[in-house]
Design a protein around this ligand. Structure first.
Ligand code: FAD
Length: 413
């Protein structure tokens, strides 16, 4: 068995591990990234299936993310944007509510749609202005509470919370109770107000692929599941060992390979994502459709090929349906289709089921006043979305912060 010596070993080629590695490379260090899978990206991945591009779980890239925006070549990703707004299924119909700052022609229809009341719409405008003026850095200094409490304190009616926020933010936080930290709410609200929800033309998996392509060839090693660590020697399942001065743990749940590490018990939000192919789009516009009722199991629907046409072969549409949590698979497809017939009518009968993704560990729970776990003693360093915010931006920021911590340690020693 060989023992190879590196400056830094990074366990995990998710976005956090990749951004950490790139920051180290930029500063002259040579990291080795060990990844158990055959590809980079961790929770951000796209599969090709019968000519369709299936993201593993519906997710979007917010093009206002400042740090990711700087790190990624957004032009090369050919981002395709959702329209700013949504269609809300309520009272047996789909009602369009748009961001009237950006789509003023929809002012009247949005104002009078039976989603919340007129005062709520004015409050959305007020919150938008308020968030527009505040700096991202200030968010962490404000009082933290659950999102639902924040919305109530801001003056939103229970109807608006139920009709809109539970499904829209439920789809982001993967929970409709809105118990997630209001700081996460403010952060995402600001990002949505400032920019667009987008998909890379060829799938979300292009994001980590782009980052991974910037590493020298032998710096990322796939099919390398770390099985144990002893001091600063890391062993992978095939028996090979690697040694480094610093070991970055960018893989959530490292108890399996480092049982003695003081590591927070991460609680996870889960999601189930079903894909269907249809001869035509049930929406015909790049808008998210939301379940504004308290019934049913579907939370949100997106015709991703209306946003990024390459997600589906010519002449077909790709429909992504998100259910919060996990469900018994038996009859699930039929249950979802019969529910969506109420939204879109009989055309749903023609939809062809493609695939289900069950993601038990999709997002770390983010409660108010949660503080990131402390960094462990040398030679270990933690990074990942749970150290910052449960988002693409949060994982990239966390990776960079960890790299800077290592670099600072080197300059101070
Ligand atoms: C369904 C879903 C929807 C989401 N929606 C959005 C969204 O719309 N917008 C947004 O900004 N964010 C969204 N997110 C969140 C975002 O994708 C994550 O926060 C981010 O990808 C986490 O990156 P990470 O590097 O911290 O962790 P991970 O992606 O989990 O990376 C960890 C890596 O470690 C590897 N690993 C684990 N164990 C080992 C081992 N023993 N040896 C070697 N390697 C190992 C894994 O294979 C993986 O590659 C969503 C996530 C999911 C799952």
């Amino acid at each position: 068995m060989t023992s190879k010596i590196n400056d830094v070993i990074i366990i995990g080629a998710g976005l956090a591990g990749l951004s950490c590695g790139l920051e180290l490379l930029k500063n002259g260090l040579r990291p080795l990234v060990l990844e158990k899978a055959d590809r980079p990206g961790g929770r951000v991945a796209t599969d090709e299936y019968e000519g369709f591009l299936l993201d593993r779980g519906f997710q979007v890239f917010l093009d206002a993310y400042p740090v990711s925006g700087e790190l990624l070549d957004l032009e090369a990703l050919q981002l395709r944007a959702f329209e700013p707004g949504a269609k809300v299924y309520l009272l047996d119909e789909l009602y369009r509510v748009m961001d009237i700052f950006r789509r003023p022609k929809h002012f009247l229809s949005s104002a009078f749609a039976p989603v919340g009341n007129l005062f709520d719409k004015a409050l959305v405008a007020r919150l938008r202005l308020q968030m527009g003026k505040s700096e991202l850095e200030d968010i962490n200094d404000r009082e933290d509470m659950t999102t639902v409490e924040y919305l109530r304190r801001f003056g939103f009616s229970e109807r608006m919370v139920d009709d809109f926020f539970r499904s829209f933010y439920g789809g982001i936080f993967l929970e409709r109770e809105l118990r997630t930290s209001s700081r996460m709410f403010e952060f995402t609200f600001k990002m949505f107000a400032k920019g667009s929800a987008t998909l890379p033309a060829k799938g979300m998996g292009e994001i980590p692929k782009q980052l991974a392509s910037r590493f020298p060839e032998d710096c990322i090693q796939y099919h390398s599941r770390v099985s144990s660590i002893n001091g600063n020697t890391v062993k992978i399942a095939t028996g090979e060992t690697y040694t480094a001065e610093h070991v970055v743990i960018a893989a959530p749940s490292p108890k399996s390979f480092l049982p003695d590490l003081k590591y927070p018990e991460i609680e996870w939000r889960s999601v189930t994502n079903l894909y269907f192919a249809a001869p035509q789009s049930p929406l015909n516009e790049p808008l998210l459709a939301l379940n504004g009722t308290s019934e049913g199991i579907v939370n949100n629907v997106a015709v991703v090929s209306d946003v990024a046409p390459a997600y589906a072969p010519e002449g077909q549409s790709l429909i992504s349906v998100s259910l919060l949590g996990l469900y018994p698979q038996r009859d699930l497809v039929d249950r979802v289709k019969s529910e969506l017939k109420e939204w879109f009518g009989e055309e749903v009968a023609q939809w062809k089921f493609l695939r289900t993704y069950e993601i038990p560990k999709a997002l770390p729970v983010q409660r108010p006043d949660d503080i990131p776990p402390p960094q462990p003693d040398a030679p270990y360093h933690l990074c990942g979305d749970f150290m910052n915010s449960a988002s693409i931006e949060g994982s990239i920021v966390s990776g960079q912060n960890t790299a800077r911590r290592i670099l600072e340690g080197l300059t101070n020693s």
